[in-house]
Design a protein around this ligand. Structure first.
Ligand code: F7E
Length: 328
């Protein structure tokens, strides 16, 4: 019988980490995850996404900000595949705390790459890069060779992580790749991101639990896909013959306004009666338009994405409606 493959996921309690853990378990992997110690103390709040599979996972307490902590975990597990998804991923917050964003996102990535290189160089490494690296993009749609022009500390930190990953590949022959994923959402999205903020508010307003939704820039455009589908391609990227970076998205772009309109209309509400613009929610520097050119991923990885924008919005708003109806 062949040995079970060992995967390590950082950020396993997050949206992508939880879907990826479920997917890898289904495929027969032994799945390890790094969690913060505080997560154990506040399980209801921090572990809800992995609740259903928690007893099948092997969780390790650790801190991405600490090389010894990462070193010890990698030494103990010696994974075959490492999916580095953990990050300070909220763009707005990165403007408020640039330093901790850089510390977690850049050093955390570096520590993992270095520990893997020293302890288990055969381990394949996936870095969660981001369309935020394109920022004020020079071309539309954006592809792997589009020049990066990040517009936030978060975007800058992801460019650094991307460069580190590529450099480990080129300098040390590591199988280290980046998935440049465009926005991906689901009912497991955090409430601070615009999509979940909108769907949870629309559901609450419908149920009489709220009466207003404050938003910032409604004209920003994003390429929104479904997280559950996106995590599968991460595994594909680590199981190809040569390590390469790929852009992953839907190839369609929609404005925040379109998202709001659709979510509210699904609840039979006219968003214009409930949405108010709050200038404090605008970012110091905005990314106006993102849309993915996935030609390379389609050709080389067989990327074949099917969930429509409408299906995504409807799934999220219905799930929030059911949740708040049950728990109010
Ligand atoms: O903002 C606008 C905001 O915070 C989307 C992260 O996963 O995807 C995500 O980054 C847009 C922006 O996501 C509000 O100005 C308007 O233009 O949902 P978001 P993001 O910044 O695109 C990328 C790929 C990542 O890698 C990131 O980690 O919506 N917007 N009004 C607002 N945004 C928020 N959060 N809240 C508002 O009230």
């Amino acid at each position: 019988m062949s040995k079970k493959k060992k995967a390590l996921i950082t950020g396993i309690t997050g949206q992508d980490g939880s879907y990826l853990a479920e997917y890898l378990l289904e495929l027969g992997y032994e799945v390890h995850g790094i969690i913060r110690r505080v997560a154990l103390e506040d399980q209801a709040h921090r572990m809800w996404r992995i609740r259903d599979v928690q007893d099948k996972l092997i969780l390790h307490c650790g801190a991405l900000e600490s090389y010894p902590s990462i070193f010890n975990i990698i030494c103990e597990i010696k994974p075959d595949e490492c999916y580095h998804l953990a990050a300070q991923s909220f763009v707005t917050y990165s403007f408020e705390d640039e330093f901790s964003t850089f510390n977690i996102n850049i050093n955390g990535t570096h520590y993992l790459l270095a520990a893997i290189k020293n302890l288990c160089p055969e381990c394949r490494f996936y870095f969660a890069a981001s369309s935020e690296m394109f920022g004020r993009a020079e071309e539309v749609p954006q592809r792997e060779i589009t020049r990066f022009h990040p517009r936030s500390p978060y975007g800058i930190s992801k460019v650094a992580g991307f460069d580190l990953t590529r450099n480990y590949r080129e300098a040390y022959n590591s199988f280290a790749v980046s998935g440049i994923l465009f926005n991906h959402e689901s009912p497991r999205r955090g409430f601070e991101f615009v999509t979940r903020k909108i769907t949870s508010s629309a559901a609450k307003i419908k149920l009489g639990l709220a009466d207003k939704l404050f938003l910032g820039n409604l004209d920003a455009k994003r390429d929104w896909g479904h997280s559950r589908e996106y995590v599968k391609i991460m595994r594909t990227m680590l199981n190809t013959s040569s390590p390469e970076d790929y852009v992953i998205g839907t190839g369609e772009t929609h404005s925040v306004r379109e998202f709001v309109e659709l979510a509210f209309s699904e609840m039979d509400l006219d968003y214009r009666k409930y949405v108010e613009i709050d200038s404090k929610l605008f970012r110091p520097a905005e990314v106006d338009l993102l849309v993915a050119d996935t030609t390379k991923a389609k050709k080389e990885l067989g990327w074949d994405y099917k969930v429509t924008f409408q299906e995504l919005v409807i799934e999220m708003v219905k799930s929030d409606y059911d949740f708040f109806k049950k728990h109010n």
